[in-house]
Structures are given as C-alpha cells and as structure tokens.
Design a protein around this ligand. Structure first.
Ligand SMILES: CC(C)(COP(=O)(O)OP(=O)(O)OC[C@H]1O[C@@H](n2cnc3c(N)ncnc32)[C@H](O)[C@@H]1OP(=O)(O)O)[C@@H](O)C(=O)NCCC(=O)NCCS
Length: 192
C-alpha cells in the first residue's frame, strides 16, 4: 500500500496536531494507524443496517491508489486508541482536481461527544489554509450543514451515480471558491 499525496503546504503531522479540551488528539493519520482505522470504519458503518464493507472498500481503494490527501486524512485519538477517522482524496470535477471526503467514521462508543465535529473542523481548517476552493461529500445534510456544507446541485456540481437531485451530495465553498468550479464529480476510485 502507498502513503498518499501531499497538498504541499509544508504542514507536518506535528503542526497539524490538535489536543481538544477533553484530551482527544486530532492529527494526521499515519500508515501505522491503518488497521485501527479499518476497525473504526467497520464498527461505525455496521452499527445500522449496513455491514461496513462498502466504506471499507472505499478506504482501501483510496489507499491502494495512493490517493489519500495526507493533510486531510485525520484520526481522533483518545486514551491512545483511534476513535474516529476522516479520509479525503482528490476526484475529478470537470477536468480539475477537487477534494472529496469519504468516509467520516466515529466508533459507536465514542459517538455524540464531538469527535466527528473535531475531525471535520480540523479538515476544513487545513483545506482552507491550503487554498482549496471547495470540498465535496455525500452525507446527511442535517449533520454537515453545521460545517457550512450546502446542496451541490444549485452550484452546478453533480454526482450522477446517485442522481442529480440527490440532497446528500454537498459542497463546502472555501475562500478560493468561484463559480467556474462546476461539472460532474467523479471519486478517485471511480476514475480508472
Ligand atoms: C455521523 C458521525 C460521523 C457523527 O460523528 P459524531 O462524533 O457522533 O458527531 P458529533 O458528536 O460531532 O455531533 C453530534 C451531533 O450530530 C448529530 N448527528 C450524528 N449523526 C447524524 C446523522 N447521521 N445525521 C444527522 N445528524 C447526525 C447528532 O444528532 C448530534 O446533534 P446535536 O449536536 O444537535 O446534538 C458518526 O455518528 C458516525 O460515524 N456515524 C456512523 C457512520 C456514518 O454515518 N458516517 C457518515 C456521516 S453522514
């Protein structure tokens, strides 16, 4: 497996490290975290009707393609254990690279205490610092609205596999966004 690609901002895994008031550490994921990350993703997505295999496939495909964006793949650590993870990789939007988040996962026993919020807040902060124009994702609008995500369709940004009117496909516009960013989005693992 490869290690991923850098945004080239010069932010090391140490400078990207945050300690929350309750002692959780939010930092870049490392190669050594990978087994623990897969366990968190499986547990998070098998807590409901699914068994987590689709999300595990996404994570493993992204790693195999070396497509994870290093500064935007983060883990939350509590008492020395990985309790949350978020992965970002560049996909294609109308011929230009755009970062897509997939998936965000928090271990069931650690849900509802702010871990997902900490991961997304740090991710968006890093994306903003790196000068990215936008971030896309598929997820619950009720959850992601709080971070500034909005419906992608009205901006001319579509994810065709789930239908052009799918309310789960969302965009967070960052400072460098402009309306020239539109088209059909293709995740990295779909592009081959
Ligand atoms: C969704 C998930 C990442 C949220 O992380 P978390 O650490 O539990 O969330 P936080 O503690 O930061 O935020 C809790 C808030 O999010 C809300 N929330 C959690 N999951 C939600 C969902 N699927 N849809 C809407 N709101 C949701 C909670 O109701 C709570 O709301 P409140 O602040 O108004 O009380 C996590 O619950 C998880 O891993 N779920 C299973 C995997 C999954 O569905 N991932 C994709 C997310 S669309």
């Amino acid at each position: 497996m490869g290690r991923g690609q850098s945004l080239g901002t010069g932010r090391s895994s140490q400078t990207g490290r945050r300690v929350t008031p309750v002692g959780r550490v939010i930092r870049q994921a490392t190669f050594e975290d990978r087994d623990a990350i897969l366990a968190v993703v499986r547990d998070a997505f098998s807590d409901g009707p699914g068994d987590g295999h689709e999300e595990i496939d996404i994570v493993e495909s992204t790693w195999l393609l070396d497509a994870a964006v290093l500064e935007l793949e983060l883990v939350a650590i509590h008492h020395g254990e990985v309790v949350g993870h978020v992965l970002t990789a560049f996909g294609d939007l109308g011929g230009r690279q755009v970062a897509g988040v997939a998936p965000l996962a928090v271990r069931p026993s650690s849900q509802g205490v702010g871990v997902g919020t900490e991961l997304m807040t740090e991710l968006l902060h890093s994306a903003q610092l790196a000068g990215l124009p936008l971030i896309v994702l598929l997820g619950s609008p009720a959850y992601y609205r709080r971070f500034g995500f909005e419906l992608a369709g009205p901006l001319g940004i579509f994810y065709r596999p789930d239908g052009v009117a799918n309310p789960h496909f969302q965009v967070c516009r960052l400072t460098n966004y402009d309306p020239s960013w539109y088209g059909d989005f293709v995740y990295c693992w779909e592009g081959a």
